[in-house]
Design a protein around this ligand. Sequence first.
Ligand code: AMP
Length: 486
Amino acid sequence: MLTTNPFDDDKLHEECGIFGIWNAETASAMTALGLHALQHRGQEAAGITSWDGEHFHTHRAMGHVAGNFDRDEVIRGLPGRVACGHVRYSTTGETALRNVQPLYADLASGGFAVAHNGNISNALKLRRELVRRGSIFQSTSDTETIIHLVATSAYRTLLDKFIDALRQVEGAYSLICLTPEGLIACRDPLGIRPLVMGKLGDAIIFASETVALDVVGAEYVRAIDPGEIVIVTEGDIRSIRPFAPMNPRPCIFEHVYFSRPDSIVDGASVYTVRKAIGAQLATEAPVDADLVIPVPDSGVPAAIGYAQQSGIPFELGIIRSHYVGRTFIQPGDKVRHLGVKLKHNANRALIAGQRIVLIDDSIVRGTTSLKIVQMMRDAGAKEVHMRIASPPTRHSCFYGVDTPERAKLLAAKLDVPGMNDYIHADSLAFVSIDGLYKALGQERRAAVRPQFCDACFTGDYPTTLTDQDDLGASTDQLSLLAERVI
Ligand code: AMP
């Protein structure tokens, strides 16, 4: 039994982006560029590990990719034709450099570096068992559990050890691992977090999103399938599917907010999907208004869809400063409130005297909506109607998207009329869960298993949540516990 909680100084829920490249002359420079394109997935820290045929080299730093990896001496310190990298964000508590990825270990088989996007929902249980058997952990990251499971596996080959490790793990994991024999990419059997493969000449690339392929001029080959492991070695690419087949449940929130609109996620253009959600929202929740105004940037594609479907003109009624990070990603409530003001400003000349429909992708705590509605009123709007391009976020995510504890989710506390009162809008409506699936070209198979992980909206979690269940919590209390436990 652990006397102190290993996750006390961090939070399990991380938003992350990963990138890996095999056989490129400038592997670490390419990785830096790829991570730059994935910066929206995590802005707190970044790291790159390279392999020069003899040694592994790692540079990990707090902060953005630019500033840490745009210096020649840093890239020169990461030699070799193979590299992998990671951008990360975690929300609460002290964030130690020891948690910044790629994580690295010297295994019996040689060096092993891993970059992980997702969250392992039985990490705490596995960790307790590993510590009991003598494992000494270096970080508080759930990802390190995978390394220890690989290290202690009784199987003979590294690949078998890796498979053995992953079979014990629950939750979400897209992984890129660097070993002396090759680069390994894999996606959990439910395919919760995305992962794609690309090609640039003789180089093979793996990345969280296609934008990271675009930035280095690589060609998109395909998405890695849920439950697939791809192993790239000298002159060979192999694909294996060692897990029991399951109905995939990729994260629907990647399409709503998380991925960049210019990415292709599981074969779908994020931009096109977001526009379709906006059009669906206009059909489900029409308003008699003069202007459709997006909350930039996350509300823009949905607002275009809403405007096109409703025939109401689209205008940029809020101008965003591009020198401030994502609103949500500010520590502490006070700073977060300030952040909204720093980030958005009303385009007064346009708004005064108008009835406006504001479009945003989601309401989490309600901070942004509250401020923006007030900002529109201060700028002289006659009516302010809020339309949200996702269903109410009622449940926390345990699979790698940061959402606050459940008690802080506005939709977990209030019904839609209550939320409307809270944000002081003239009306508030959300797209329905069925409407969201429709925009993705699907009909939600609620009776069987939904095609996506939509747990943040429905509470239908696709895996057991062992760490939370172990604490005797009901599903409703899980996220409340999460902050305390991890
Ligand atoms: P809030 O102000 O707490 O209601 O957060 C809603 C705003 O944060 C919306 O404008 C979203 O675009 C954005 N958002 C939603 N989910 C996330 C997330 N997981 N990480 C960062 N930002 C988010």
